[in-house]
Design a protein around this ligand. Structure first.
Ligand code: C2E
Ligand code: C2E
Length: 169
């Protein structure tokens, strides 16, 4: 039934799509993008210092941050954009009909919203790093995600709380 189908594709904590559904959707969107020659962009977004956050404030607090970050992501994107929880503290955004430049606008908007958000009476602050990539001719979906992840790694290396590749002015 419909409820069970919904549960099977949803991440229990955040309500975003789960990893396996995101991979299915990515295949589907990549097939469409190739067929109709439309752009497809993927953004990987990862909370900075999440382990330290859990260690300092406890796991229930960490979970609250994940839920709130998921809501910030979900509420600031278009209907056709696909937000998912890729793993522990890593989120994926599948952006059909969106160029790399468009993806950078979205990722930067999300980064900035999270940077300005505070949690609890102590005003705890959290940041995210992001890596993007757009589908190239002949590129597989695993390569598409791999390069986005490489860019995420570069964003972490460069000091976190930033999106790679950097936006051109
Ligand atoms: P902008 O906010 O500077 O966004 C520039 C471009 O980034 C957009 O061009 C689009 O290609 C991409 N983009 C931005 N946000 C999203 C998103 O959440 N999902 C996807 N898939 N792509 C996104 P576009 O479509 O030509 O829009 C031009 C401008 O129109 C936007 O500039 C913004 O100022 C305004 N706009 C369009 N739709 C909305 C909307 O739903 N809400 C708001 N507040 N503004 C919108
Ligand atoms: P939606 O397309 O599902 O977009 C949901 C939210 O994602 C928007 O809420 C906005 O916070 C963010 N967003 C999406 N695209 C953009 C963008 O290009 N730039 C920026 N800065 N933010 C973006 P918002 O603005 O309250 O809009 C609610 C709904 O109103 C949108 O849902 C869309 O259906 C419609 N809408 C608003 N502005 C435009 C527009 O310029 N063109 C079109 N075609 N629809 C718009």
């Amino acid at each position: 039934n419909a409820l069970l189908q919904q549960l099977a594709i949803t991440d229990g904590l955040t309500g975003l799509y789960n990893h396996s559904h995101c991979m299915d959707r990515l295949q589907h969107e990549a097939a469409n993008a190739r067929r109709y020659d439309n752009p497809l962009t993927v953004a990987m977004l990862d909370l900075d210092y999440f382990k330290e956050l859990n260690d300092t404030h406890g796991h229930p607090f960490g979970d609250t941050v994940l839920v709130d970050v998921a809501e910030i992501i979900r509420s600031g994107i278009r209907e056709g954009d696909v937000p998912g929880r890729y793993g522990g503290e890593e989120f994926i955004l599948i952006l059909p009909n969106t160029s790399l430049e468009g993806g950078l606008v979205i990722a930067e908007r999300i980064r900035s919203k999270i940077e300005s958000h505070t949690w609890g009476k102590q005003g705890v602050k959290v940041t995210i790093s992001g890596g993007l990539n757009s589908l190239q001719n002949g590129e597989s979906t695993s390569q598409l995600v791999q390069v986005a992840d490489d860019n995420l790694y570069r964003a972490k290396e460069a000091g976190r709380n930033r999106i790679m590749p950097e936006q051109k002015a």
